[in-house]
Design a binder for this molecule. Sequence first.
Ligand SMILES: CC(C)(COP(=O)(O)OP(=O)(O)OC[C@H]1O[C@@H](n2cnc3c(N)ncnc32)[C@H](O)[C@@H]1OP(=O)(O)O)[C@@H](O)C(=O)NCCC(=O)NCCS
Length: 192
Amino acid sequence: MIESNPNTILLCLMSNTFDISSLSRMRLNSSLDMGGFDCACPDLNDFIRNDALKYSNELMSATFVYFFEKIPVAFISYSNDKITANAEKWNSVSRHIPNKKRIKAGYPAVKIGRLGIAKDFHGQKIGSQILDFSKGWFLDENKTGCRFITLDAYNRKGTLAFYEKNGFKYLETPTPTKFTVLMYFDLAQLLA
Ligand SMILES: CC(C)(COP(=O)(O)OP(=O)(O)OC[C@H]1O[C@@H](n2cnc3c(N)ncnc32)[C@H](O)[C@@H]1OP(=O)(O)O)[C@@H](O)C(=O)NCCC(=O)NCCS
């Protein structure tokens, strides 16, 4: 349920693209109330309402929330990751790495553990802009040596289409028995 300035919100909801520069971005902390957040996915709602802060306190993931005025509009969680040689599509990943730099132990990555957009804001390019921001953020100064973004996408046509449109490729084949599908984005392609 949306509260706060109804006229501004109505204008934003009618737009095809909601510019995320008008949102404030905050690290999840105990003072933020995410109890009413609803992205239409029970697993993700449960994570942000009940678990995200616990993971954050254990240094297991970092969650950021985007607010429009006082309304939580989206959240994203990151954790460190790596792509290892037992990945099904390891050869496709390695193809873009010069021979001498190939490391069997794995390539450094950051994982988008969870991404949810509040259901009233779906389809306004907020998810895509958050992915774009994330790509730039991890590439900027590349502070920890991070080559790839990885994620486990829900194995649903719409979710996979969303990540494909945002340049993510498959790290494994999306067969019908899989609940989630590993995908990746190569940050080096932005360096041209
Ligand atoms: C999936 C989700 C993150 C997408 O965010 P969003 O802000 O609604 O998506 P965008 O507006 O940026 O969509 C970008 C493109 O992906 C497509 N897309 C997004 N969701 C889609 C869906 N369910 N079915 C088909 N295509 C979809 C859009 O049509 C759009 O294509 P276009 O550029 O040709 O118009 C969001 O809808 C969501 O939170 N869903 C519920 C939770 C979830 O499934 N999270 C993903 C966990 S892996």
